[in-house]
Design a protein around this ligand. Structure first.
Ligand code: NAP
Ligand code: ZN
Length: 383
C-alpha cells in the first residue's frame, strides 16, 4: 500500500480548517476493506478513466450498497476540473453524489435497511450528529460534515470517493429510502438536483399563487420547475436558449423569458415573490434582483467560482433579499423523495454507459443535456 501526504485547505465555513492527512493510494488491500470498480480523474485536465478504489467493509452502523444509477451533477464537473477555489480537488477524484442502488450487506446495528432493499445516497455521508445544525436536521451545515466525495475519509484515510463506482458503504443515517413507484434512473438526480431545489422552495414558502422564477434550465433548473409547478406556484423560466422554450412549458412553466432580451425582462420588474438562480457560470444577477417585488427573495444555488457583483440599490429599493442555499438535510431529503413519490416527479434523464462519461462532461459544460445525465452502472460491471 502506498501512502502520501495531502494538504487540504477547507474554507467553506466562517473559519478555515487546515487538514494534513495521509492519502491511501488506489489498489490498497488490507483487512477491513475491499476493492471497488470506479471512474476517477487524476488532474483538472485529465479524462476520467476506469480504476480500482478501496471501500471499507461495513461497520456496525453501515449499509453497503451496489450502485445501480448515478446522476451527473455540474458540481462533479466543477470539482473534477478543480474550478472551485473554496473547495480544492484532491486527486485522484471519484465524483458522484446522486446515487441509487440496492443494499447488499448491513452492519449489526442497522435497523432501517436489509439486503435487497433499494437505497439512495446524496451529497452527505457523515456529520458529527451533536452540533446545533445536526440537532436541527441541517447536517449540510455541520462544521464536521463529510461530503460523499473529496472530503477527508476518517475510515480509510485520504478522501471520500463518490458514486461513479459499483459500490459504496455509508452510515445508515445518511442512507435514504427510495419510494417504489419511482423510475430508478430518473430518481438518482433527486439526491442532489432534487433536494437542492426543493429545500429553498420550502424554506422561503413557495406556495399556490406565488410568482416564482427559475434561472437556467439545466439539471437543477428543470427540477425547480417541476417542484414549483407541483407547489402550484406561477412558474417563470429564464433561459439563455430559446430552443428550450417548449420543454420549459412541458415541464410545468407558465411563462418562458429569454434572459438576454432586456425588453422582455423589463416587463416583469418588481413582480416576483421568489427567484431561484441555478446558473453555473458568471452572469449578471442584478438583472434578476430588480425583478423581485418588495421583500422578495433571490436565492443562489448555482456555484460559479467567480464572485457576483451586486448593486446595493437593487436591494435597498423594495427591501429585497439575496440569499443562498446548500443541498438539504437528511430528513428533508427523505421528505422530498416522498413528495416526489406522491406527485410522481423524477428527473428527465439521458441514461449513458460510464464509458461515455467524458463526452457527457463535455456536453454538460455547454448546457447540452435534457436535462440530466444518469450513468447506468451495469456498464461498469460488464467487462
Ligand atoms: P447544468 O445542468 O449545467 O445547468 C446550468 C444551467 O445554467 C444551464 O443549463 C444554462 O441554462 C445556464 N447557464 C449556463 N451557463 C450560463 C451562462 N454563462 N449564463 C447564463 N446561464 C448559463 O448544471 P446543474 O447541475 O443544474 O448545476 C448548476 C449549478 O448549481 C452548478 O454551479 C452546480 O455546481 C451548482 N450546484 C449547487 C448546489 C447547492 O447545494 N447549492 C447543488 C448542486 C449543484 P439555459 O440553457 O436555460 O440558459
Ligand atoms: Zn450535485
Amino acid at each position: 500500500m502506498k501512502t502520501s501526504r495531502v494538504h487540504l485547505l477547507i474554507h467553506l465555513y466562517p473559519y478555515h480548517v487546515n487538514i494534513v492527512m495521509s492519502t491511501t493510494q488506489f489498489s490498497s488491500q488490507s483487512h477491513g476493506q475491499y476493492d471497488s470498480k470506479a471512474y476517477s480523474s487524476t488532474g483538472p485536465k485529465s479524462p476520467l478513466v476506469q480504476t480500482t478504489i478501496p471501500r471499507r467493509e461495513p461497520g456496525d452502523n453501515d449499509v453497503q450498497i451496489e450502485i445501480l444509477f448515478c446522476g451527473i451533477c455540474h458540481s462533479d464537473l466543477h470539482q473534477v476540473r478543480n474550478e472551485w477555489s473554496a473547495m480544492p480537488t484532491v486527486y485522484p477524484c471519484v465524483p458522484g453524489h446522486e446515487i441509487i442502488g440496492r443494499v447488499t450487506n448491513i452492519g449489526s446495528a442497522v435497523t432501517k435497511f436489509k439486503p435487497g432493499d433499494l437505497a439512495a445516497v446524496g451529497c452527505l455521508v457523515d456529520s458529527d450528529g451533536n452540533c446545533p445544525q445536526c440537532q436541527a436536521g441541517l447536517e449540510q451545515f455541520c462544521p464536521h460534515m463529510t461530503l460523499t466525495y473529496n472530503s477527508p475519509d476518517v475510515h480509510l484515510g485520504g478522501v471520500t470517493y463518490g458514486g461513479y463506482s459499483d459500490s459504496i458503504v455509508v452510515k445508515e443515517h445518511f442512507v435514504l429510502r427510495v419510494p417504489s413507484n419511482l423510475d430508478l434512473a430518473g430518481a438518482a438526480p433527486l439526491l442532489c438536483a432534487g433536494i437542492t431545489t426543493y429545500s429553498p422552495m420550502r424554506h422561503w414558502g413557495v406556495t399556490k399563487g406565488k410568482k416564482v422564477g427559475v434561472v437556467g434550465l439545466g439539471g437543477l433548473g428543470h427540477m425547480a420547475v417541476k417542484f414549483a409547478h407541483a407547489l402550484e406556484a406561477h412558474v417563470v423560466v429564464f433561459t439563455t436558449s430559446l430552443n428550450k422554450k417548449e420543454d420549459a412549458l412541458r415541464l410545468g412553466a407558465d411563462e418562458v423569458i429569454v434572459s438576454r432580451n432586456t425588453e422582455e425582462m423589463n416587463k416583469h420588474i418588481a413582480s416576483f415573490d421568489f427567484i431561484i438562480d441555478t446558473v453555473s457560470a458568471e452572469h449578471d444577477i442584478n438583472a434578476f434582483i430588480q425583478l423581485l417585488r418588495p421583500d422578495g427573495t433571490l436565492t443562489l444555488i448555482g456555484a460559479p467560482d467567480k464572485p457576483h457583483v451586486v448593486s446595493a440599490f437593487g436591494l435597498l429599493f423594495n427591501r429585497r433579499n439575496l440569499s443562498g442555499s446548500l443541498i438539504g438535510g437528511i430528513a428533508e431529503t427523505q421528505e422530498m423523495l416522498d413528495f416526489c413519490s406522491k406527485h410522481n416527479i423524477t428527473a428527465d434523464v439521458e441514461v449513458i454507459p460510464i464509458q461515455k462519461i467524458n463526452e457527457a462532461f463535455e456536453r454538460l459544460s455547454h448546457a447540452d443535456v435534457k436535462y440530466r445525465f444518469t450513468i447506468d452502472m451495469a456498464s461498469l460491471k460488464a467487462k
